[in-house]
Design a protein around this ligand. Structure first.
Ligand code: NAD
Length: 252
């Protein structure tokens, strides 16, 4: 039964693999047998992760805000592994600001990475899948903030809501090319993106609004990641799947 999650013979590209969830996703996919291409800006972190994973891993520098950087990544993939089967579109940033203080610069920073960057990566990988005529799986890392809202997170919530709609639109148009596009909408998982906040008293008290009254562990995303990456989800596309300790169903 476990074989349906097997990724041997598949190649997965993970963006934002230099820390947090992306780093964990790379290890999980490699553990299921995939070759993994680690990409992010901090190449020294990627090299360290590559040393941890072993010969199944390779690294390519990537800034999702730069078209040139994405073009270079595609060229590098074509010159090395050749093709791809899975994209984990994970790179993301956050810049919490009250709406009344939200600057154009902060808004653009978050939208440029979390929505435009994710779009560019999804487009570049779709082009590879279409050229190779073999289909593939795109997994966008959205957020429960793409479905509901939270204080001081206007730009993040707007970008993730855009990513949710990007996921559904792509799923609709690419289904007949056997390209599946789904999103994971994690609740709060402790990583670099939020450790400052959850270290505060306010952060600790916020955790009480999560029905399970705790933060998620990176490993608690493994099941959904392997499902969406593998043929076990061969009839799934356009799905947005929350993994959030019940956060989306907390009482109004
Ligand atoms: P993180 O800060 O540890 O990881 C983000 C990664 O994205 C880092 O590796 C960073 O270097 C990379 N990145 C940022 N800008 C980039 C760029 N321009 N080009 C390439 N890489 C870039 O945080 P994380 O929690 O691991 O976040 C990973 C993803 O999960 C993000 O999309 C985030 O929005 C999403 N997410 C996280 C949580 C959570 O609770 N941690 C919840 C929901 C969604």
């Amino acid at each position: 039964m476990n074989d349906i999650f097997n990724l041997e013979g598949k190649t997965a590209l993970i963006t934002g693999a230099s820390s947090g969830l992306g780093k964990h996703f790379a290890k999980t996919l490699a553990g299921a047998g995939a070759s993994v291409i680690l990409s992010a800006r901090r190449i020294e972190n990627l090299e360290a992760l590559k040393a941890e994973i072993g010969s199944q891993a390779s690294c390519i520098p990537l800034d999702v805000t730069s078209v040139e950087s994405i073009d270079n990544l595609v060229k590098e993939i074509r010159n090395t592994t050749g093709s791809l089967d899975i994209l984990v579109n994970n790179a993301g940033v956050s810049d919490p600001q009250r709406f009344k203080d939200l600057t154009e610069e902060s808004w653009n920073y978050v939208l440029e990475t979390n929505l435009n960057g994710a779009f560019r990566m999804a487009k570049a990988v779709t082009d590879i899948f279409l050229e190779d005529k073999k289909g593939g799986s795109i997994i966008n890392i959205a957020s429960i903030l793409g479905i509901r809202v939270g204080l001081n997170l206007t730009s993040y919530a707007a970008a993730k809501a855009g990513l949710v709609q990007l996921t559904k639109s792509m799923a609709l148009e690419l289904a007949r090319s056997n390209i599946r596009v789904n999103a994971i909408a994690p609740g709060y998982i402790l990583t670099e993106i939020n450790d400052d906040f959850f270290g505060t008293e306010e952060g600790q008290s916020y955790i009480k609004s999560i029905p399970m009254r705790r933060l998620g562990l990176e490993s608690e995303l493994d099941g959904i990641l392997l499902l969406l990456a593998s043929d076990a989800s061969s009839f799934m596309t356009g799905s947005i799947i929350p993994v959030d300790g019940g956060h989306l169903v907390n009482p109004l």
